[in-house]
Design a protein around this ligand. Structure first.
Ligand code: PMP
Length: 365
């Protein structure tokens, strides 16, 4: 079975095998990883080595810290403004889809948040224009706490390649659905967060990579459980951490390290080109996102005739070929392929060939 779900996403077979062993006996301790004390050496070392490996795979310099928090991507929508948006400041949001809109709405509950650009009126089929960013942010009297992007829009299949910023305004990104998927300079950001259940492992943890200079500006008198500084001080052990989710991320990162990030990036490029090339020449299917905005991680497509009944028929046809969870998000319909790192070139080839077979048999009827 091939799992194209947008998240929770496919895990590599080797990773599943390894965590199966860890469940019975972690690092020859004689105990399951689920039973070990979280303040003991083995688990504290696990957290440190997971952070170190991620920092090195992201090519982030030493003045960044990696934190492991809970509450998913959604809690970050609240935690970010809670830590960084003061009464004298505004937070800027680029609205490119449902998730960035949710992030903005959460910030509004806590302070002054402002929409810098939005593509809501285009049904998020394109990325919002960044042409007027300077004009939108250039008010002498405004102090900006940060500018927030969602790098990959999981529902609509659009993805930013460029992250325009405004001078001296900290840059923040929700990378929940494309972290570690492509060659990008992570050090242009002051803070990145990503829920783990797509490219980093399973639900239960959210990675935060934060520049120390920015972290120092975070509020001090917050509940510990919501304070970035508390996570930094305690090696992400403010309370009992989600150890199994951290372990899964560690095994995923080891797997990526063995493959080599450059190789992974090339594979992802190849996978995306293969499917978009098919969609662009198809007489039956079409990509949903506008060409300049297309995501290389999340490919959303539909039937040109938009028939709901035929969409169901195609999904059934795909399922018979063991191609699973390809229905588009319920708000836009059609199809969606989450092509995360664990999805191989051969699996995408199988998807493209099956769509092609369906199309050929349809036109022969
Ligand atoms: N951000 C993005 C880009 C997402 O795709 C999602 C969920 N798919 C979220 C945030 C919310 O994540 P969670 O369900 O972990 O709260």
């Amino acid at each position: 079975m091939i799992n194209f779900n947008a998240g929770p996403a496919a895990l590599p077979f080797e990773v599943k095998l390894k965590i199966q062993q860890d469940l019975l006996d972690y690092e020859k301790s004689g105990c399951s990883v689920l039973e070990l004390p979280h303040r003991g050496t083995l688990i504290q070392e696990l957290i440190t080595k997971t952070s170190d490996l991620l920092q090195s795979l992201m090519n982030l310099p030493d003045h960044y810290q990696i934190l492991w928090m809970q509450g998913g991507g959604r809690l970050q929508f609240h935690t970010l403004p809670l830590n960084f948006l003061t009464a004298a400041q505004k937070a800027g949001y680029i609205i490119s889809g449902h998730w960035s809109k949710q992030a903005y709405l959460e910030a509004l509950k806590l302070g002054d948040a402002s929409i810098i650009s939005s593509s809501e009126a285009l049904n998020y089929q394109s990325l919002p224009s960044l042409d007027n960013l300077t004009k939108a942010m250039d008010h002498n009297s405004t102090q900006w706490a940060y500018l927030h992007y969602c790098s990959n829009n999981t529902i609509y299949g659009t993805q930013f390649n460029e992250f325009k910023s405004f001078e001296n305004v900290p840059l923040v990104a929700d990378m929940s659905s494309d972290i570690l998927s492509r060659d990008i300079d992570y050090s242009q950001f002051d803070l990145i967060y990503a829920a783990a259940q797509k490219n980093l492992g399973i639900a239960g943890i959210t990675m935060v990579a934060v520049k120390e200079e920015f972290l120092n500006q975070a509020a001090n008198h917050l509940p510990d459980i919501l304070s970035y500084k508390s996570y930094s001080r305690t090696n992400s052990t403010v309370n009992t951490p989600a150890v199994f989710a951290i372990l899964t991320t560690f095994r995923m990162l080891e797997w990526l390290h063995r493959k080599g990030m450059d190789y992974v990036f090339q594979e992802n490029l190849y996978k995306a080109q293969m499917i978009y090339q098919f969609l662009d020449r198809s007489l039956l299917f079409e990509a949903i996102a506008d060409e300049g905005s297309r995501s290389f991680t999340t490919v959303c497509f539909r039937l040109k005739n938009r028939s709901l009944q035929q969409t169901e028929e195609v999904l059934t046809y795909l399922q018979k070929e063991e191609l699973l969870f390809l229905a588009g998000h319920r708000t836009i319909g059609g199809f969606r392929a989450g092509m995360y790192n664990a999805i191989s070139i051969a699996e995408v080839e199988h998807l493209v060939q099956t769509l092609d077979h369906y199309e050929k048999s349809y036109f022969l009827l």
